[in-house]
Design a protein around this ligand. Sequence first.
Ligand SMILES: Nc1ncnc2c1ncn2[C@@H]1O[C@H](COP(=O)(O)OP(=O)(O)OP(=O)(O)O)[C@@H](O)[C@H]1O
Ligand SMILES: [Mg+2]
Length: 458
Amino acid sequence: MDRYIGGGVKKNPVTILVVDDDQVHRYMLCSLLKKWGWRCVEADDGATAVAAVDKNSYDAVLMDVRMARMDGREAFTRIHARYPSLPVIIMTAYSSVDAAVEVIQQGAHDYLTKPLDFDRLRLALLRAVDHHQVVSSRLQAAPGGLKLKTTIIGTSPPMIELLEMVGYVAPTEATVLVYGESGTGKELIAEALHNNSERYSQPFVKVNCAALAEGLLESELFGHEKGAFTGAEKQREGKFVQADGGTLFLDEIGETSQAMQVKLLRVLQEQELQRVGGEETIHVDVRIIAATNRNLEEAVAGNNFREDLYYRLNVVMLTVPPLRERREDIPLLVEHFARKFADKNRRVLDKITVECMDLLVQYDWPGNVRELENAIERGIILMRGTELTEKSLPLPIQNQAMKYTAPHPTEPVSLFDAEKQLILKTLADTAGNKSEASRRLGITRKTLQSKLNRYGKQ
Ligand SMILES: Nc1ncnc2c1ncn2[C@@H]1O[C@H](COP(=O)(O)OP(=O)(O)OP(=O)(O)O)[C@@H](O)[C@H]1O
Ligand SMILES: [Mg+2]
C-alpha cells in the first residue's frame, strides 16, 4: 500500500522501525507489517534504535519496553527529545500499563499491550503514519524548505517567519533573547533552538530567574561551596556547570536584580565563574538563551536593566507574536490539544462543533497558547458525550462571543449601500408597510418600489 502526498507526488515507501530484542517476535511483526504494505527496518535494542533514527528517516517507531540493552522507555526519551514529530508506539506487557501511561504523558504516540491485537496494531500504525506525514509536510511547506525538529504548531505567516528565523539562528552559537507575552511559547522556541543546534545531545537546562530570591538564585546559577551560608551542607554545582557543553535557558531575565545582572554579565563575557563562597575559577562552555515578557529596551531606558547586559543578550531577538495576531493557528492548536487531552483523560472525541471552534477563534486569548491549552483541557474533562461544544468552554470565552454574535449592522461601504441599509431597516421597522416607510423616508411610494426592485426585493 503506497501512500501519496498532495498532488500525486509519490513519497518514499512508508518505513517503520521495529525495535524488539526478541528475535522471533520481531520477525513476526515485520512479516505482518510487510504484508500490510509497509517497509520495515529492524533494531534489536534501544541503543541501536537511537542510532538508526539519527541515520535514516522513518515514519513511525514500534518499540518494546523491556529490552536488555537500553530499555524502550529510555530509547523513547532520547528519540523524542531529538525528533518530537516522529511517532513512537510502545508495546508493553499487561503488568506494566502504568509505565506505558507515563510514556504517553511524555509524548509517546500510542501504546499497545501484549499479546498484540493485530487490528489495533494496524490502526495504531495507520494513525501514527498519517500523523507523521501531516506534520512533516507542514514543516516541509515552510519557506526555504526549512526542516525543524520541533513540536511548535503554527502555519500563520508570522509563525512561519519566526520558525524560519529559528532555523537560521539555531545552529549558530548566538545568544538569543526571546521576547513575547506570557504563554506565547517562548520556552518552546528556546527548546527548538537547542534541539536544532550542534549542542542538542548536551544538556538543556532551565532556570526561572523570577522564581527565586536573589541569594538563592545566585547559588542556583553558580553553585556554592560547603559552608558558604547556613544550610549549605555540601558543595553544589550550579546550573551553569550543569549546562556545560549545552544550553542554559534564563527565563524571565527581566526580573533579575541589578546585582545579579552584573554577575550574569561577567559569566557571559568571560565564560567563567566562581561558586558562592568559593575562590576557584570554573570555565564553562554554555550557550545562553534568555526570555522575557518585559520590554527590555524600555527597562534599559528607565534604568531598570543594565544596558551592557541587554546588548550581550540581544545578539538576536526573536519575538513570539500573541495568539490574537495569528488567529489562523487557533484551529490547529485546538485540534492538537483536544486530541492530546482526550487521550490523556481517556475520553472519546468525535468532533469539535463549528460553533465551539468559532468562539475559540474569536476570543482574544490574553493568556495566549497556555490559556487556550487550559481551556481545551477543561473543555475535554467537562465534555458530555463525544462532542466538544461551546457549553464546556470557560465563561469569559462564551461571554466575549456574545459581543460578536449580537446583531450589529455592518458598516456601509458606499452611498448605495448606506441608502439600501436605511431603506431595508425602515421597512423592517414599519413591518413592511411601504406607504408608512416611504413617508418616513421622505420619498414617494413609487420611488421606494423602484429602489426595492433594484435590490431584488418586492
Ligand atoms: N505553537 C505552539 N504549539 C504547541 N504548543 C504550544 C505552542 N505555543 C505554546 N504552546 C504550549 O503552551 C504552553 C505555554 O508555552 P510556553 O511555556 O513555551 O510559553 P511562555 O511564553 O514561556 O510562557 P510564560 O511567559 O508564561 O513563561 C506550553 O504548554 C506549550 O507547550
Ligand atoms: Mg515560560
